[in-house]
Design a protein around this ligand. Structure first.
Ligand SMILES: Cc1ncc(COP(=O)(O)O)c(C=O)c1O
Length: 423
């Protein structure tokens, strides 16, 4: 009996929450860009984009190269804009700062999350107004804050006393937001421990920001990159909403929640569609804040560019460690130090396409070409590749548009850094 009543109440709460979300969406839907027509996209998220397949069929490379399809970037941006019409999208430049990516996103009206003066300059070069740039790194040199402020940037992240003091000195009156510490459970590439502070400290710092003449604008968090647990936003937002209330009681008027990134690209495992993430997020927002929502900023990186890129690599060597060993070692001309850093601890598991994918497969350990024994991509994960695979074969690594070029060493062991082409 009790259970029935409470589930009826839950259903009621859910349907009224749904109505609130729909109301918020309807009120803002006119701001959303119409879907671009004529973009050629893969049938399934994370599959080989047809334009990249055509490009690879007619181009050859001496060393590993990532090809980015800017139409897929546009499609991903538009999908997110439509799914989260109340939010402002600040593309996380660090995910892929290729000129053509920034140019395309700037032309679509995106805002940008920059981590350094170089990333700020890049956005400004493409005509992005400084009002559309957020300096989201919580670790900044004093002179870099001064530079950003001089360029007109007015929104800055912080998570410590010392950073706040730097901001007060070099960015007087700026809008500042405090990053909260998160556990990042469920994330394949967690961003825990290093960033953010606990809510009590955040409240004290936001108060201090006001005392220092800064504008305590809001609160940010990041639930960890490639986040597979949709509930993580709900956990985070319950803390954020409590902090908003506590701040309000002290007369601090917070107006913005920055919900970071975390939405996924598709690697070896299927992922939920972006719309499911948007629903979970909006539902949590309405649940914790009611219909009068604060400004919502998002900082997606991986979900915008990840599936837009494919790396073309080459098989350099295939060998075994003993004559009766079943497992082959497959060495590629790309490794941990030339773009595939996210294979660290085998966190991100990429998909491989070979010219022999119809044939029989056997177990492999995949490794990079350098003289460093850390340069092993997958040893524990049960990867299999065709038995027909041979030295010199070209191999494609899917969904490698995010966090690859920028992680590539400039010339470790004398190997060229990951090349990049945008089409
Ligand atoms: C501050 C900040 N915002 C956004 C992102 C982008 O996150 P994601 O690639 O998971 O969307 C990152 C990733 O490191 C980040 O550090």
């Amino acid at each position: 009996m009790l259970a029935t009543k409470s589930s009826a109440r839950t259903r009621l709460r859910k349907s009224s929450r749904r109505r609130n979300i729909d109301r918020v969406r309807k009120a803002t839907i006119s701001l959303v860009a119409e879907p671009a027509v004529g973009l050629r996209l893969p049938e399934r998220q994370g599959d080989m984009p047809p334009r990249i397949a055509e490009y690879l069929a007619t181009h050859d490379f001496d060393s590993a190269c990532v090809v980015i399809d800017t139409d897929v970037v546009e499609h991903n941006y538009n999908t997110m804009s439509r799914a989260l019409p109340v939010g402002q999208i600040f593309y996380a430049v660090k995910a892929n700062p290729a000129d053509a990516v920034i140019e395309r996103l700037a032309s679509l009206g995106a805002c940008f999350d920059a981590a350094s003066p170089n990333e700020i300059d890049l956005c400004l070069r493409y005509g992005v107004s400084p009002a559309r740039i957020s300096y989201g790194n919580t670790i900044k040199k004093q002179r870099d804050i001064q530079y950003a402020y001089g360029q007109g940037v007015r929104m800055f992240a912080f998570d410590s006393d010392a950073e706040l003091e730097k901001l007060a000195e070099s960015a007087p009156g700026a809008m500042v937001y405090c990053r909260l510490l998160m556990e990042c459970e469920g994330a394949e590439w967690p961003l825990s421990r290093k960033f953010g502070c606990d809510p009590e400290m955040a409240l004290r710092l936001l108060d201090k920001a006001r005392t220092l003449g800064l504008d305590p604008h809001g609160v940010s968090f990041h639930v960890g990159s490639q986040q597979t647990d949709l509930n993580q936003w709900d956990f985070a937002l319950s803390r954020v909403a409590r902090l908003f209330e506590d701040a309000g009681r002290r007369g601090i008027n917070l107006r913005m929640v920055n919900l970071g990134g975390g939405m996924p690209a598709r690697y070896t495992s299927d992922v939920r569609p972006l719309e499911d993430y948007a629903d979970a997020i909006m539902s949590a927002m309405v649940h914790h804040f009611g219909p009068a929502l604060p400004e919502m900023n998002f900082e997606p990186g991986r979900s915008i560019v990840g599936d837009a890129g494919v790396i073309q690599a080459e098989v350099v060597l295939i060998s075994r460690k003993s004559d009766d060993d079943d497992t082959r070692w497959v060495y590629l001309d790309i490794g941990k130090f030339s773009g595939l850093a996210e294979t660290m601890d085998e966190s991100i598991k990429y998909r491989f396409v070979t010219p022999h994918d119809d044939g029989v497969t056997g177990p492999v350990i995949l490794a990079g070409p350098t003289c460093d024994s850390m340069d092993i991509l997958y040893e524990k994960a049960p990867y299999e590749l065709p038995l027909d695979l041979k030295i010199g074969d070209k191999i494609q690594i899917l969904s490698t548009g995010a966090y690859t070029t920028t992680y590539s060493a400039v010339g470790f062991n004398g190997f060229a850094p990951l090349q990049s082409v945008c089409i």
